[in-house]
Each structure stands twice: as C-alpha cells, then as structure tokens.
Design a protein around this ligand. Structure first.
Ligand SMILES: [Ca+2]
Length: 301
C-alpha cells in the first residue's frame, strides 16, 4: 500500500516540477529601453509589460533609460514599486541628448493626495546607477542564447553604446557579438515609413548618430514601428474592436506607437530583415512584413 502511495507522490511531484519548469521557461525574457518623460505612451507600455510579468508571460529583466533626466530614473523606480516590482535593474544614459523635464515626471513625483505622495522613489542618480549599456551587457550575458526580446521606445542612445562596447567583466564578446548571441529580435519605435506624413521623426533625430549606428549595425532581426503605426491599430490587428479599445485607452490624442511596439515585439510571426542605414529626416521603404499572430497570448482579439 505504502509503495503505491509513494509512487503516486513521486509521480505528482514530478508532474508539478515539470509544470513549474514549463511555466518558468515559457516566460519571454524582455529588456525595455525607454525615454519615459516625453509622451505618456511609454508609461502605458511599461504598465503593459508589468502586467504581463504579473501573469508570468514575460520576465522583465531590466529597464534602461535613454532620457538623460534624473526625474525619469526616479519616476521609473517609483512606478515599478507602485506595481510591486521592487529594485528592478535600471541603467541610465549619462550625457544623453534629451535632458528636459517633460510634462509629467516632476508633476507626478510631487503630487500629493490625502497627505500622501502617490509615487515613492527609493533610488536616484546618487545611488550609482550603472551606465545603460553596461547594464545591458550584464543582463544579456546572463541570458540563454537568442532568447531576449529587446524593446526600445525612445532614442537609440543606449543601443548604440551597447553595440560599440568592448569586452568587459560581464562578457568577453564585444557589444555587437553579444547582441547577436543573446537577442532574439529588436522591436523599436522610430521613423516614418509611409507617404502620408513627412517630417523628421523625433526618436531618430534626437540622437541621429545613435540611430544610424543601431540601424546599420544591429545584428538581429528588427521590427520598426513608425510614428504613423501608432495611429493605425486597425491596420495592425485587423479589428475594429481593437481599434475602438485602443482609442478609448488613449483618449484619441496619445500616440499608441509604444504599445504597438510591444505587441509587435512579442507577437510577430516573422520579423523584418535588417533595415537600411537611417538617413536624416524621413526614413523610407523600411516597414517590412509583420504579421501579428492570432494565437499569440498577447494578441488583443
Ligand atoms: Ca518614447
């Protein structure tokens, strides 16, 4: 009798262990690079990732900040704590190009409701926050080969610095080789690709040198979400319902490109090949075939 009970217990424990392992290994490792502090869509995107992590769908390895403003760091630290994500690894683009305060960082950090602040940062630049590309090297070195989905929502400052980085204490590979070995794909918000609009897209021109290095040298497939893509979720998802939800969420006046960048990064069936080097101003002929997977757990329908 005891023999049968022991066999049952061992079988159940093996089953649980396998199920747990499957759950652990199925979470997609994700790195977010953001310039939180300009448009609010980066915050929506960050919340999406935090929600996905709570559901066990992704493993948010860390966040690098491309906006060179100290409040962006405090805001992200506090916002993650607000979502019970404590001490997430953060990296910062020291001497980056975009330094202004923006419209909501300080305001939100200073907001008091019922005698309480709504955000409670515990880290600032005084806490020896690593340079963005150094954190990226550390995070990538620890991951399985060809596993990381890299999502970039701002200027490519940290990405370019990573690509031109040299071997260090984290990896004997240089930056480009490290990316080639560890990253599955890059989903990046930036550029204009259609004929409807014609102006220099902000993420690209803000750090043009970094954009040129990134789009020329990045060694994995890239999915680029142009500025106009955020305005056309119907095109992306083929659903009026998805478009309606998106409009309600974004109240019709926010760019939704950051959100669609995440969906494309996590759900695309096939990625583009390399994009050509970026020229100043408008980028043409770069939006390549991207098919959101209907069976993807992140698909909005
Ligand atoms: Ca952004």
């Amino acid at each position: 009798m005891f023999k049968y009970i022991a066999i049952i217990l061992i079988t159940v424990s093996l089953f649980c262990s396998c199920a747990q392992q499957k759950e652990t290994t199925s979470a997609i490792p994700v790195i977010l690079d953001t310039d939180v502090g300009n448009d609010i869509d980066d915050v929506l995107a960050m919340q999406m990732l935090l929600n996905y992590e709570k559901k066990g769908k992704i493993d948010l390895l860390g966040i690098t900040i491309s906006k060179c403003n100290p409040y962006s760091l405090e805001y992200i630290d506090a916002y993650c704590r607000f979502n019970d994500k404590y001490d997430i690894p953060l990296g910062y683009a020291y001497n980056g190009m975009n330094t202004d305060d923006g419209h909501y960082l300080r305001q939100t950090l200073d907001t008091i409701i019922d005698n309480n602040k709504i955000l409670h940062p515990k880290r600032s630049l005084k806490d020896h926050i690593p340079e963005g590309y150094k954190l990226l090297r550390k995070l990538l070195a620890e991951q399985e080969d060809h596993s990381v989905v890299f999502i970039a929502l701002g200027p490519e400052t940290n990405l370019a610095r990573l690509l031109i980085s040299e071997a260090d204490e984290y990896s004997e590979l240089d930056g480009k080789a490290l990316v080639a070995q560890k990253v599955k794909l890059l989903s990046v918000m930036g550029g204009l690709y259609g004929n409807e609009f014609d102006f220099p897209e902000w993420n690209i021109v803000n750090d043009l040198n970094a954009a040129q290095i990134t789009f020329k040298e990045w060694p994995t497939p890239i999915i680029a979400s142009g500025w106009e893509l955020g305005n056309t979720p119907h095109f992306l998802f083929g659903s009026r319902r998805a478009e309606a939800i998106s409009r309600i969420l974004c109240r019709g006046f926010l760019s939704k490109t950051a959100v669609t960048t995440i969906h494309l990064g996590l759900c695309s069936r096939r990625a583009s090949s390399h994009l050509p080097a970026v020229s100043p101003g408008r980028v043409k002929d770069c939006l390549l075939g991207v098919t959101p997977r209907r069976d993807c757990p992140f698909h909005p329908n």
